[in-house]
Design a protein around this ligand. Structure first.
Ligand SMILES: [Zn+2]
Length: 459
């Protein structure tokens, strides 16, 4: 008996997909089937895009519209429609085409998994979803407007969408308030389509009611020693709630690890003041030590990866290296912000020299620089200084004696110039700096002595 495989392959080459499919299925159904594997391979290659497809997708990205979409898919055989649509949408997401337009294209003939995925990625405006649901065509399968609307409103509040909306909201809050955010703001959280999404709760591991199984954030309290939130491998070390690994909050965090869901980490710097870090992933569980390892990642990597896959965040070695790098830079950021917050708070948000009160113009200066011995980021090694006095202190125009008295360099005292020199610098001479209320936060006289010695040598 002659094998039909060659004929089927020939039809596939000619792109006569329908004939190839009919003949192939007929051959496979016959007993005995000769060359079954070859026939199946030929049928699997059906639906691979024709020449010029890639160029057509790029052209669509230049001027996307529902009409252009219809044209793009006009000659796609019915059998190939599903795969062709899917690959086109994923390519277009990567090209940055507007999510609302893509959603209208993807829902051209009813609800599709791709349309739902677009919503889950947070790429579609909820209004677009609701409008589309209202005007959904009644199809033969009975996907009327009501059914469509229910299905879509469920995905509008899908897990990923809540997370991505949270990241966007945090970005705008940091822009408005700076890196360190007040707790009340986080407790109020954001409003997503009329529903409130708080970001923190009474416990460290927090899941808002809009999410179904895994938490949205983890928080460390501002007490505790400075470095206690990092493990020996440089990753964040997050302690279990209590000592029961099966406590539902610990189970929730384990779910986030298994599903590779991105979370927010709130690092308490001072009571009521938190540094937000996102997205973070739970990457390792240590039941014996009652702790999880947490790695920091990059939002754009998360979005990109999500658009490429069917909804789960897949990790590879590149991710792991990137996360290690980002986590270590985050650690520095936490330390710097923590030092700044503590020093400014100790000095009641005023320059220790001139009493200037504008936080935006204040720095936390080190008495002993952080790259030297005793240069620790502790309040006793810090001074709240305005930008001018910070620079003057760093360049040895100004010294501070161990008895907290200010000394201006002798040659500068003799200079003649405008009011900034007279009031801003010469006027500081022989005055005593502003000190924190609590004595244990005062500048360490030993460190001041070392620094003052350098000032004398420089002048
Ligand atoms: Zn000042």
């Amino acid at each position: 008996m002659e094998s039909p495989a060659r004929a089927i392959e020939f039809l596939v080459e000619l792109r006569r997909d329908d004939e190839a499919a009919v003949l192939g299925r007929y051959a496979l159904a016959r007993e005995p089937c000769i060359d079954g594997a070859r026939i199946r391979a030929a049928l699997n290659s059906l639906g691979s895009p024709p020449d010029g497809w890639h160029e057509a997708v790029l052209a669509f990205a230049q001027a996307p519209s529902v009409e252009a979409w219809d044209e793009l898919l006009l000659f796609t055989p019915h059998d190939a429609l599903y795969h062709r649509t899917r690959s086109a949408l994923q390519a277009l997401i990567r090209l940055g085409v507007d999510g609302d337009v893509l959603f209208r294209c993807a829902t051209r003939h009813g609800t599709t998994p791709d349309a739902i995925q677009l919503i889950e990625c947070g790429l579609v405006d909820p209004d677009t979803v609701v409008r589309r649901a209202e005007h959904a065509p009644h199809t033969a399968r009975g996907q009327g407007p009501v059914r469509g609307c229910v299905a879509w409103s469920r995905v509008v509040f899908s897990d990923h969408r809540v997370r991505l909306a949270t990241f966007d909201w945090l970005t705008s809050q940091v822009r408005a308030h700076g890196e360190v955010l007040p707790r009340q703001l986080l407790a109020d959280g954001l409003v997503l389509d009329g529903r409130r999404v708080p970001l923190v709760g009474p416990q460290g591991i927090f899941k808002p009611a809009v999410l179904s199984d895994a938490p949205l954030s983890i928080t460390t309290s501002p007490k505790g020693p400075y470095d206690d939130s990092f493990g020996p491998d440089g990753l964040l070390r997050y302690r279990y709630r209590g000592t029961d690994p099966m406590h539902h909050e610990n189970v929730g965090l384990r779910t986030a690890m298994q599903k590779r869901l991105p979370l927010v980490y709130f690092h308490g710097i001072l009571p009521g003041r938190y540094l937000a870090v996102w997205p973070v992933f739970v990457v390792q569980d240590h039941p014996a030590e009652l702790a999880f390892d947490v790695a920091v990642d990059d939002v754009s990597a998360v979005r990109e990866r999500f658009a490429e896959t069917d909804g789960s965040f897949v990790m590879d070695d590149g991710d792991s290296a990137r996360r290690r790098y980002i986590t270590s830079t985050t650690r520095q950021r936490l330390h710097q912000n923590s030092f700044r917050e503590k020093v400014l708070r100790a000095y009641r948000e005023q320059c220790a020299l001139c009493r200037l009160r504008h936080v935006e113009l204040l720095d936390a200066a080190h008495i002993i620089p952080d790259w030297q011995e005793h240069g620790d980021p502790v309040v006793a090694n810090g001074l709240a200084l305005c930008k001018l006095h910070h620079a003057a202190f760093d360049r040895y125009f100004i010294g501070i004696r161990p008895d907290f008295r200010i000394e201006v360099r002798a040659d500068m005292l003799r200079e003649k110039d405008g009011p900034m020199l007279r009031h801003g610098l010469q006027g500081m001479h022989d005055r005593v700096i502003l000190l924190p209320r609590s004595r244990e936060l005062w500048p360490d006289p030993e460190r001041l002595r070392q620094r003052y010695k350098e000032f004398r040598q420089a002048s």
